[in-house]
Design a protein around this ligand. Sequence first.
Ligand code: HPA
Length: 248
Amino acid sequence: MLAIIGGTGLDQLGNLKIAHRQVIRTPYGEPSGALTFGTINGHEVMFLARHGYGHTIQPHEVNYRANLWALYEQGAKRVISVASVGGIRADLTPGTVVVPDQIIDYTYGRPFTFFDGRDRPVTHIDFTQPYTHELRKQILTAAVFAREKCLDGGVYAATQGPRLETAAEINRLERDGADMVGMTGMPEAALARELGLSYAAIAVVVNYAAGRGNSRDAVQLGTIGLIAGPAMARVRNILGLVVESDAN
Ligand code: HPA
């Protein structure tokens, strides 16, 4: 089944017909909220609001392990993460939708693996390509059919938050090769890989990163909602067609 993790601006899915909600407990604690089960265009999906349904859970306080575990245990095979980001690369202007293909992890202090404890053998996952190629292609193809512009590829820098970055930090991220910056991409992507889930992200640029564009002096926090609203409607259109593609 396809699972969707909604981020800021997407704590519900307008085109989801809700069948039921289920509270799940996991060995890692409580997920961000009950899982919502339903259908989009007749296809079964599950949905979870990453920051909770009332948007009260900070990026560094999200229980990423419980979230991924709950989706996995309930039968998710593919997970699409929707996340808002700040745009660093010049063409990633507010309102742009992009499917990243790489991640750099700057987060710290978050429980980031299922493979801890001395009672199990040392386990490594390959993470050369952090997002599942096939699922990325399914999103990009769905966007073409939905006639929604969606850029293919970009490096997502995952920062700790909840504060935004300094202008110098954004310059450094750019020198590192980052194209966009968000706070929730990690450890989510790695945990999905540890569980063997297909995982890809749809990033929505909701502001210029600090020091860029109209964020030259300050990030315009007040306008984020204005940008996110219509952009998330476009993401819903894309998701409405991703559900048609085969799970594998
Ligand atoms: N920085 C980090 N995370 C974000 C931003 C940003 O500018 N915008 C949305 N999420």
